[in-house]
Design a protein around this ligand. Structure first.
Ligand code: C5P
Length: 405
């Protein structure tokens, strides 16, 4: 992936033990295609050396406003004008306080003050002891920085280097990377609420066994991430899958189709968009045994009876139509052949404005996909791409349709 291709990021390091994570962050940014210019405060050099950061970024590190390498001796101007964003990770409590006051007694704070605020966004990843983080002064400073236009990326929680446990850890490099990538995505769904179903369902036979399917959940998770990147408030109703929750997405874990319907109906009532990607089991066992169904030694197999599960998408779409139709519903169809014919028929049968068709065996468990968009105007085939790129494209298509309404 090259989600940061062409982006020039200034990575600022301030004093804190989380500097060790900045090395990995730098590497991740470079891997994602960004050019990274590291700027370090004197305090940060107590924790990690400029040599390490130079080797990882492939560029000399700046540590002083008196750096004679700049022909005009103005690194604070030159570095800030060239960048697409300044990311301070880790940002110490002291450095936050400095930024609030517009102090400029060393290169990094001077550069933040000198940046054109409307062109060069400032993102802050705080890192400090839990008491320092909870202190009213720090919380006040954080609010002031946000009011001044900075983006505060939040903190993690857990065991801290000082031996205490609580809020204030710097977010992990992969979380910061995901947040930075999201920051640059167009906010086409800002203010909208999106509900996504993903993964398989599990229909229990007894406490030990059940029926399910091979859905990986990757497409639905990618859509949840893309919708969040686009600024939406996202709820992901997930069947049993082992995937990490995308940043900023609220996840509700469910097992059966009926659990999934209940969770989805509750959330969809207040949503603008519903995307059903879940591979819901069509049938569930007619009865559920509270105890394990045992072999009796006779060689006779149990006879299993099934009943049909509710169609979550059709049910939610019908309720939305009955209530004036504000909810925009999107379905998926995985077919093995005659995709256009089956997908077109399925869109009408489900009573939804947009359906995404794909060839099942070419997408199950894969990291890429090819989508066929079917709406009232006809069929549009999109190029094969990663599931995340497909998801971003779908989100853009949904946003366009919401605007046209
Ligand atoms: O009818 P079929 O299962 O092929 O329809 C697929 C679409 O309907 C997908 O969007 C899927 O998430 C949704 N669906 C559902 N509830 C079901 C079956 C399918 O929401 N019980």
């Amino acid at each position: 992936m090259n989600d940061l291709a062409g982006k020039h990021i200034v990575l600022g390091l301030t004093g804190g033990i989380a500097c060790y994570k900045a090395a990995e962050l730098c590497r991740a940014l470079v891997k994602e295609g960004a050019t990274v210019q590291v700027v370090m405060t004197e305090a940060s050099e107590q924790f990690i050396t400029p040599v390490t950061m130079q080797a990882l970024s492939g560029r000399p590190v700046y540590t002083s406003q008196w750096d004679a390498r700049e022909p005009n001796n103005m690194p604070h101007i030159n570095l800030s004008r060239q960048s697409d964003a300044i990311l301070i990770a880790p940002c110490s409590a002291d450095f936050m306080a400095k930024l609030v006051h517009g102090r400029a007694d060393e290169l990094l704070s001077l550069m933040c003050l000198a940046r054109p605020v409307d062109k060069v966004p400032l993102l802050i990843a705080p890192a400090m002891n839990r008491e320092m983080w909870a202190h009213p002064a720090t919380q006040r400073n954080m609010q002031q920085l946000a009011d001044d236009g900075a983006t505060i990326l939040g903190v993690g929680s857990g065991f801290q280097a000082c031996g205490e446990t609580g809020d204030g850890r710097m977010l992990e490099p992969n979380e910061l990377l995901e947040d930075l990538i999201a920051f640059f995505q167009p906010k086409a769904l800002a203010g909208k609420k999106v509900v996504v179903t993903a993964g398989p369902t599990f229909e229990a036979l007894d406490p030990i066994r059940g029926i399910t399917n091979h859905s990986s959940g990757k497409m639905g998770f990618a859509i949840a991430r893309a919708a969040r990147e686009a600024g939406a408030d996202v709820v992901l109703v997930a069947g049993p899958v082992h995937l990490p929750t995308p940043r900023g997405v609220r996840r509700i874990d469910v097992q059966s189709a009926r659990d999934m319907l209940a969770a989805t109906e509750g959330e969809a009532a207040r949503a603008d968009v519903f995307v059903a990607t879940a591979a819901v089991a069509d049938w569930r066992p007619a009865t559920h045994s509270d105890q394990k169904i045992k072999k009796d030694g006779s060689g006779a197999a149990p006879t299993l009876a099934f009943v049909e599960n509710p169609d979550i998408l059709a049910t939610v779409a019908k309720t939305a139509r009955a209530k004036s139709g504000a909810l925009f519903c999107v379905g998926f169809a995985a077919e093995s052949h005659d995709l256009v014919k089956h997908a077109t028929a399925k869109r009408e049968r489900k009573g939804i404005p947009l359906l995404v068709g794909n060839i099942g065996p070419l997408t199950f468990g894969q990291d890429d996909n090819q989508m066929l968009l079917v709406d009232a105007n006809g069929v549009q085939e999109l190029p094969r791409a990663s599931k995340l790129d497909c998801a971003r494209r779908l989100v853009a298509e949904i946003a366009q349709r919401l605007q046209r309404r």
